[in-house]
Design a protein around this ligand. Structure first.
Ligand SMILES: [Zn+2]
Length: 277
């Protein structure tokens, strides 16, 4: 499943290839995604210009000059590919949507499992959209900091890993990045959230930002078929310290312990019992 760094990378990729392009043609091949694609999508977005491309949580926002935003969620297995119109071939099965621009590009939304979605909403009222209005702060903003985190953890008996993956506390920290951030912050994933000190919250908030930023820089993790809009792969996975490393020796030089795997809320969690308390 693409996580925040992957979605951010895709969003930046669309921006670099399609910003200021005019949409000349829209082809919808299948509407029955997680939510049904608007039957008037083609009509509503053809002949509009792409004014900006941004992201909120794991939603890609393509803002058009007619006051509408195309909201794309990649779901479990969604991908976006942007090709030159000239060399574009029908090599991807499960392409449900194609957007062709006057800049001679074709953007494809490909999603074998169809848990993704393509929605339309007014740009000005985006914050009132049912999928967006209740979202917690973005992890890479100032709003998400140690004080905020410390307050959010108060009185919570759930484990800290589930809490930082809770979209009502902070958005976009998925399974891979939760394990990695907790390792950097030296906190065990199974610790009760309320047991974290303010100092630990400082470390954890910093670690979450650091891990996500580094992954965005490297184009995300190419796990689960994820790839960039030009088909290239991200390579943050080569820097993973604990995720998927069960039985491997901890990367910290002085440690020598083996990385352990436990299951928390049905998801694999990886940690070092010596480095993380
Ligand atoms: Zn260790």
């Amino acid at each position: 499943m693409p996580e925040l760094p992957e979605v951010e990378t895709v969003s930046q990729g669309i921006k670099s290839k399609l910003l200021n392009h005019k949409i000349s043609k829209v082809i919808v091949k299948r509407r029955d995604l997680r939510f049904r694609i608007d039957t008037k999508l083609e009509q509503k977005i053809t002949n509009t210009k792409i004014n900006s491309v941004s992201r909120r949580a794991k939603y890609i926002l393509i803002n058009l000059d007619n006051g509408l935003t195309v909201i794309i969620h990649l779901g479990m297995s969604g991908r976006i590919v942007v090709e030159d119109l000239k060399s574009s071939k029908n090599i991807f099965k499960h392409t449900h949507l194609e957007i062709i621009t006057t800049g001679k590009k074709k953007m494809k939304f490909i999603d074998p499992r169809r848990f993704g979605s393509v929605l339309l909403h007014e740009t000005n009222n985006l914050n009132t959209h049912k999928l967006i209005k209740n979202l917690a702060p973005e992890p890479l903003t100032k709003e998400f900091n140690a004080t905020y985190l410390f307050k959010a953890l108060k009185g919570r008996s759930a484990n800290i890993k589930s809490i930082i993956m809770n979209q009502f506390i902070v958005v976009g920290v998925g399974n891979i990045y939760a394990s990695e951030s907790l390792y950097k912050a030296k906190i065990r994933p199974g610790r009760q959230a309320k047991s974290l000190s303010l100092t630990e919250c400082v470390l954890l908030a910093k670690s979450i930002k650091k891990v996500l930023k580094r992954s965005i820089k490297l184009g995300g993790s190419s796990i689960n078929d994820y790839s960039l809009v030009d088909g290239n792969l991200g390579f943050f996975q080569s820097e993973l310290e604990v995720y998927g490393k069960e039985g491997k020796i901890c990367r910290k030089k002085t440690c020598h312990s083996k990385i352990l795997r436990i299951v928390i809320a049905q998801r694999s969690s990886f940690y070092c019992s010596k480095c993380q308390k």
